[in-house]
Design a binder for this molecule. Structure first.
Ligand code: HEC
Ligand code: HEC
Ligand code: HEC
Ligand code: HEC
Ligand code: HEC
Ligand code: HEC
Ligand code: HEC
Ligand code: HEC
Length: 327
């Protein structure tokens, strides 16, 4: 009986200590579609780790006696994700553990609000960084306003390299001037983030954006009408600050972005109201006023500001029609 209990205890111990997921935490809210998985593993109990996400993207990491921590960036999709880590010893499963994460969206209503049991958590404090600094340099080595000649030399690069993985990357991000935005401050809408991470960004972020985009600051301040999400300074509602498939770093193609908040405008009945007229197209045809582009909401509306009501791209509704209809 006693040997049985000891055996059981031994098995239990080896399972408990085989590996620990150091990052991410469980039920974490994410804003970028990435998570860094860091696993502390004991070679005596596991010889390989298999990390996988919901898309079944799988990576196998060989555990060796000389190394304590194993790291891998993993892709996330909108909504609830589960990341699984399985530890093997000589081909047999020793331990399995899952972490649930929720990727929020600024523009899709259904993903804007995570379930109640999820929390926003932050990584960069002295205590968390201490574990990593055995192998990673955790200090900031960027010089304000000076792009890295070799971006792999940024101390942020090794852990965050996937943040600029989309086709178009925004200048300060691709030059690894991360602290130009992540300056450690908070704004009116994220007071609760104060001092939770070294690299917080103020929300609203407009002031930082316009500190580089000075021409826009000047131009926009002179206009009569301002679009609410831009006026409130939340540029990141529509723009991803890091990278995107769009040349304007949009979170979605313009038409999808606009109709996310203005669904009722899809049919285009608001454009030509004269009795008997069909609705005006709002997409899926070429835009005669913009070479090579499709018609979309931004063909007629400025997403930020305008001197005309309804944020029209021209000074008046009549002027607007003649941009595309010449007669
Ligand atoms: C024992 C040394 C060691 C420790 C401790 C360590 N790392 Fe790593 N990490 C590495 C090495 C080496 C790499 C380069 C890739 C590789 O060979 O695994 C790496 C790569 C990474 C990556 C990039 C993975 C990818 O898929 O590109 C991330 C993210 C990362 N580490 C995060 C962390 C975090 C967070 C901590 C602290 C909680 C940490 N690491 C602790 C050694 C370590
Ligand atoms: C050892 C790896 C590592 C290094 C080096 C590193 N980070 Fe991180 N960072 C992480 C991890 C892990 C997270 C948590 C989010 C995640 O899972 O990717 C994180 C999160 C963040 C966040 C979100 C806020 C927070 O604290 O959770 C910001 C912003 C950030 N890092 C910026 C930076 C900047 C700027 C640098 C360079 C000065 C840097 N990081 C260097 C691993 C690292
Ligand atoms: C440190 C300076 C800097 C900051 C801060 C900055 N930008 Fe930029 N941004 C640039 C530069 C330089 C370019 C031109 C090169 C490029 O496209 O990346 C640019 C380009 C852009 C573009 C592409 C269109 C264009 O005019 O070329 C958009 C959109 C944009 N930024 C939005 C933003 C938003 C939104 C913010 C705030 C979240 C912001 N920027 C903050 C420097 C900055
Ligand atoms: C132009 C401003 C800007 C720059 C430059 C920038 N970021 Fe960010 N970053 C933001 C904003 C704003 C957020 C908040 C979430 C959002 O809007 O997507 C954010 C969020 C993050 C997050 C948190 C994602 C999460 O899941 O919660 C990480 C990690 C991050 N940034 C890392 C970096 C790194 C590393 C760099 C440098 C390569 C960098 N950022 C450069 C503006 C910026
Ligand atoms: C409602 C969504 C939305 C918000 C909020 C928003 N933008 Fe934009 N922005 C867009 C769209 C859409 C485009 C691309 C327009 C096009 O295709 O002609 C764009 C283009 C841009 C450009 C490049 C084109 C140009 O006008 O020079 C810059 C720079 C820019 N935005 C900066 C900002 C800044 C700074 C803020 C915050 C003050 C902001 N944006 C807020 C949707 C938005
Ligand atoms: C995050 C949600 C959101 C997104 C995305 C968004 N809007 Fe808006 N928009 C608003 C709000 C809020 C208002 C002000 C209240 C209202 O009129 O509904 C508004 C108002 C407007 C108005 C009326 C302005 C006036 O002065 O009468 C127009 C036109 C408009 N949006 C066009 C667009 C276009 C074009 C896009 C895509 C580039 C877009 N919106 C994307 C939230 C959004
Ligand atoms: C062909 C030009 C054109 C296109 C395309 C277009 N609009 Fe409009 N939109 C107008 C005009 C003109 C008005 C002003 C109507 C008026 O004042 O009677 C307007 C008014 C609006 C208004 C404010 C007035 C109201 O009825 O609430 C919103 C919001 C709006 N449009 C959103 C959109 C969105 C979102 C899209 C894309 C799905 C879009 N528009 C596509 C021309 C266009
Ligand atoms: C940005 C370009 C653009 C602007 C501005 C624009 N249109 Fe159009 N319009 C189009 C395109 C593209 C079509 C579709 C033509 C086709 O199907 O070949 C169209 C079609 C139409 C049609 C025919 C609809 C049908 O039955 O298919 C009418 C009527 C019309 N527009 C009126 C207007 C009026 C009135 C305005 C000003 C309020 C206006 N348009 C502004 C691009 C524009």
């Amino acid at each position: 009986m006693r040997t049985f209990a000891t055996l059981f205890l031994l098995l239990f111990l080896s399972e408990a200590e085989a590996f620990t997921i150091v990052n991410p935490y469980d039920k974490e809210i994410k804003e970028e579609s990435l998570a860094s998985v860091v696993v502390e593993a004991d070679f005596a109990a596991v010889d390989s780790l298999v990390i996988s996400n919901d898309a079944n993207e799988t990576v196998t990491l060989e555990v060796n006696p000389k190394r304590s921590h194993y790291c891998k960036s993993v892709n996330l999709h909108l909504g609830e994700n589960s990341l699984k880590v399985v530890g093997y010893k000589e081909g047999k499963v020793v331990k399995e553990e899952t972490k649930e994460l929720f990727l929020t969206s600024q523009v899709d209503k259904e993903y804007r609000y995570p379930p109640k049991d999820y929390n926003k958590s932050y990584f960069h404090n002295d205590e968390n960084e201490k574990i990593c600094s055995k192998c990673h340099d955790m200090s900031v080595n960027e010089v304000e306003g000076v792009a890295f000649e070799d971006i792999t030399k940024s101390n942020c690069y090794e852990c965050h390299k996937k943040i600029n993985r989309d086709e178009h990357s925004h200048a300060p991000s691709i030059n690894w001037l991360c602290t130009s935005c992540h300056n450690g401050n908070v704004g009116a809408f994220n007071q609760t983030d104060n001092a939770k991470t070294k690299y917080s960004v103020p929300d609203p972020i407009e002031e930082i954006c316009l500190s580089c985009h000075k021409k826009h600051k000047e131009e926009w301040s002179k206009k009569r009408f301002h679009h609410e999400p831009a006026e409130s300074g939340r540029c990141n509602r529509c723009h991803n600050s890091h990278s995107s498939p769009s040349e304007f770093y949009l979170r979605k193609p313009a038409w999808e972005l606009c109709t996310g908040c203005h669904k009722e405008k899809i049919e285009g009945v608001h454009i030509v109201k004269t009795f008997g007229r069909k609705a005006h197209p709002t997409h899926n045809v070429k835009d005669p006023s913009r070479e090579g582009k499709d018609l979309s909401c931004v063909s007629c509306h400025n997403p930020h500001v305008s001197n005309a009501p309804s944020l029209l791209q021209s000074e008046s509704a009549m002027g607007l029609c003649s941009r595309c209809h010449k007669k």
